[in-house]
Structure formats: structure tokens, C-alpha cells
Design a protein around this ligand. Structure first.
Ligand code: HEM
Length: 420
């Protein structure tokens, strides 16, 4: 073991005495800085702060080596003072048979504020208390101790977010209105602790809803910015399916361009640009570098999806990159933003189905274009992406219009049904 300890850590920005790389750790859009470090120092970058080693994995090759091939070492989660890990989310309806209101939905608002607080606190360096746990003992009225109030608020919101929907299901069960939701079934089974049911349901909601919505927002953005891609996909759908019915899951293999478009949405703006951090549970040596037990290991999905040797002009939205020269879909079907190894997103099949189905249905029925101002001039779009565990495009203007008679009829019927 002493030999291992004499091996160097992977390369990275030089640490300072006492505080290590504390001042180097980015607090805003950290994946951009980590990606720059990747270019400077390589596929594996090491930084440290007192008591904590962090390793950033910038290449798919290294990610596969560590997270997949050595999954027995790299499958823990870091313990964080601020966040108990909240990794996840399914659709409310399945869980609670609760119909989300189009605007100002109470449950959605509750979980969004809780998620935002947790997500803001998630990255190493974002919050000093993760680095210097001693700060935890400062009284909350001291300047700079705002995180204590913050942590208390996040805890309260998370508690409400977990309790409120389960109460709702119980009321519905009493009224004889719900026996089919997952939560109702778990409660009816009478063998699970209610607090555990609350936690499972909230985790599933938190992990799935936000992430799925973010990918669909990026899809709309891409369609408004790249009309020729949209046209190409619509032509494929119209040719294969026709215009008198909506596409179905069985059609998926016959729509290769839509498939490539889906892959490109997930690559172009990865929803979780830094995945969700892993931690190592044993000392390890990789490439003659020492990675101590307890290191936080971050998969820099942003860097991997910007790799110009694999994705030419990576910032361009271009589904054609997923085709071989002879016009078939290539082998690059792994969606990196779902993570790696034993901790890979367990909701990925659900997310994949939801996102594909939405993309193909929207393409078949609507045109998405840039919005126009009062003088008829197109409004330029240059959206920024939010910070946090899950990155969203900031709101942008676009115009969504029905493509066909069938779509117009659908819109009409929906408007009447929901009184919009
Ligand atoms: C676009 C949609 C989604 C994205 C991008 C996404 C991404 C991720 C990522 C990156 C991780 C961590 C993987 C790792 O550690 O390497 C994760 C974990 C997780 N996801 Fe998702 N996810 C999505 C949708 C969903 C959905 C719909 C559900 C639930 C139905 C879900 C449930 C979970 C859970 C429970 C975990 C924790 C797994 C663990 O810690 O072992 N996710 N997700």
C-alpha cells in the first residue's frame, strides 16, 4: 500500500497550501471549467480541497474503464453535508393518480422549489460547507452562515414535497377514487412503512420530471434553430406513416432519422452535464495514477459530448452525425447523459420512451419556428442554460402551429376538453 501512496494523483491545476484547489473550483456552470481542464490536463483531472479528493472523468474511454469495468470500486455516492442524495422522478399520474394543473400546481411548485434548493447545493465548490464541514457549527446569524437557514428550508420543502401527495392519495382512497396508482398499491399492500413510500415516490418524481422536461425544451429549441432538420424528420414521418394517423412505438424502427434526432437532442444539450457524482470505495491505481478511497468521481458528460474527434462541430445540432457512410444508423446509441456503471439511471427506459414519443408526435403534428415580433421580423434566439444538477434552457420565444387538418382538429378538441 505504501507504494501506491507514492504514485502521483492524476494531473490537474496545482493546489495551494492549506486550501488545496478551493479557489479553483468553479461555482457557475462548472462543466465548462472542467472541460477546459480536460483539454489542458487530459481525460482524468484531479483537484483536492482539505479532506476531499475530486477526480473529473472527461472521456468516454476512461468513464467505461472506471465506472463499468471497475464498477465494484466506483459505485458509491459521495456523502455530502448539505444534500442527502436525492437522485430521482416518475410521472405524478402513475404515482398518485394526481392530475397536474396546467399552471400554479401546488405539488409541482413544492417539488420544484425543493429540487432547486437541492440542485443548487449539489456541486463540490458550490457551497463552502461541503468543503469545510466545521462551518456547520457556526451560529446561523453569523455572516456567511446563510447555508444553515438554506439547508433548513430545503429540508422543510423536501418534507412537504414527500408528504403532501401521499396525503392526497389517502384521501382519494377513502373516497373510493384511487386504487390503481403506484402509491395507492404500496399503501394498500400494508407492508411498507409510509415514510419509505413517501421517499420512494418523491425520489422518482424528482428524478424523472425535471430531466424529461429539460430534454423536451432542448428539442423545441433545436427545432426552432434548425428548420432544415425539422423538415427532414417530418418528411420521413409523412413518407413512412402518412398523414392520417399518429406515429406509434411500433413505428420506431422504421424512423431512423427521428432516432438520430432523438440521440442528437440528448447529446447536444445533455440534461445532466456532470451526471450525478460517484464515490470510490477502495484505493485504486489507474494509468499509474493513485485514486484514493473516498474520492468523488465526476463524469463530465459535457466534455464527452463535445469531443471533436467523435462529434465534428459539436455545438451544431446535426442528426446526420449518427449515420454511417452507407446511410445506416451507426453504433453510437448510448445516451451518455443517463450516466454509467451500476448507478446508471434506472429510469432511462421510461425517459427514452417518453421523450421519443413526444418528439415524434410533435414533429408529425406541429411546426416549431422562431416567433415573430409585431413587424413580422423573426425574434432571434440565443438561450442560456441554467446551472445545477439538471440544466435547462432559459425561456425563449417560439411559435408552435398545427401542420395538418388532423392536427388542427386535435388542437380544437383539446382546447374544448380542457377549456383552454
Ligand atoms: C432525460 C431524463 C433523465 C436523465 C437525463 C437522467 C439522468 C440520470 C443520471 C445521470 C443519473 C445518475 C447516473 C450515474 O450515477 O452515473 C440518474 C439516476 C437516477 N435516475 Fe435518472 N434521468 C432521467 C430520467 C429519470 C426518470 C424518468 C426516472 C424515474 C422514473 C429516473 C430515476 C432515477 C433514479 C432513481 C436514479 C438514482 C439511481 C442510483 O443512485 O442508483 N430518472 N438519472
Amino acid at each position: 500500500a505504501w507504494q501506491r501512496r507514492h504514485l502521483p494523483f492524476p494531473p490537474g491545476p496545482p493546489p495551494h497550501a492549506l486550501i488545496g484547489n478551493f479557489l479553483d473550483l468553479p461555482t457557475k456552470l462548472p462543466w465548462l471549467t472542467y472541460t477546459k481542464w480536460g483539454i489542458q490536463y487530459g481525460g482524468l483531472v484531479h483537484v483536492s480541497v482539505p479532506g476531499q479528493h475530486i477526480v473529473v472523468v472527461n472521456s468516454v474511454k476512461t468513464a467505461v474503464e472506471l465506472f463499468d469495468k471497475r464498477s465494484h470500486i466506483y459505485s458509491d455516492r459521495p456523502v455530502s453535508t448539505m444534500v442527502r442524495l436525492l437522485a430521482a422522478a416518475i410521472i405524478m399520474a402513475t404515482l398518485y393518480r394526481y392530475e397536474v394543473q396546467p399552471t400554479n400546481d401546488h405539488f409541482v411548485a413544492l417539488s420544484e422549489s425543493a429540487m432547486k434548493k437541492l440542485s443548487d447545493a449539489f456541486f463540490p465548490g458550490a457551497v463552502a460547507v461541503d468543503t469545510f464541514p466545521i462551518l456547520r457549527y457556526l451560529p446561523s446569524w453569523m455572516p456567511g452562515a446563510g447555508f444553515q437557514r438554506y439547508a433548513a428550508e430545503a429540508r422543510q420543502l423536501t418534507k412537504e414535497m414527500q408528504e403532501a401527495p401521499v396525503k392526497f392519495v389517502k384521501q382519494n382512497m377513502r373516497d373510493g377514487m384511487d386504487s390503481t396508482s403506484i402509491v395507492a398499491k404500496l399503501l394498500a399492500a400494508n407492508c411498507y412503512d409510509e415514510v419509505a413510500i413517501q421517499a420512494v415516490a418523491a425520489v422518482a418524481y424528482a428524478a424523472g420530471a425535471d430531466t424529461t422536461v429539460s430534454s423536451l425544451a432542448s428539442f423545441c429549441l433545436a427545432m426552432a434553430l434548425y428548420p432544415e432538420v425539422q423538415k427532414k424528420a417530418q418528411t420521413e414521418i409523412d413518407t413512412v406513416i402518412g398523414t392520417d394517423r399518429l406515429p406509434e412505438f411500433e413505428d420506431r424502427p422504421s424512423l431512423p432519422y427521428v432516432e438520430a434526432l432523438y440521440r442528437e437532442v440528448m447529446r447536444w444539450r445533455p440534461v445532466t452535464p456532470l451526471g450525478v457524482a460517484h464515490a470510490s470505495s477502495e484505493d485504486d491505481i489507474y494509468d499509474s495514477y493513485f485514486i484514493p478511497k473516498g474520492t468523488t468521481v465526476i463524469a463530465n458528460v459535457w466534455a464527452m459530448t463535445r469531443d471533436e474527434t467523435i462529434y465534428y462541430e459539436p455545438d451544431r445540432f446535426n442528426p446526420d452525425r449518427f449515420f454511417t457512410a452507407d446511410g445506416n444508423l451507426n453504433e453510437d446509441a448510448t445516451i451518455l447523459t443517463f450516466g454509467f456503471g451500476r448507478r446508471i439511471c434506472p429510469g432511462r427506459h421510461h425517459a427514452d420512451a417518453t421523450i421519443w414519443a413526444t418528439i415524434v408526435s410533435v414533429l408529425s403534428t406541429f411546426n416549431i419556428t422562431k416567433a415573430k415580433d409585431a413587424t413580422g421580423k423573426e425574434i432571434n434566439i440565443d438561450p442560456k442554460y441554467s446551472d445545477g444538477l439538471v440544466s435547462h434552457p432559459e425561456p425563449f420565444a417560439c411559435s408552435i402551429t398545427p401542420r395538418s387538418e388532423m392536427a388542427k382538429t386535435l388542437v380544437q378538441a383539446t382546447t374544448e376538453t380542457y377549456d383552454l
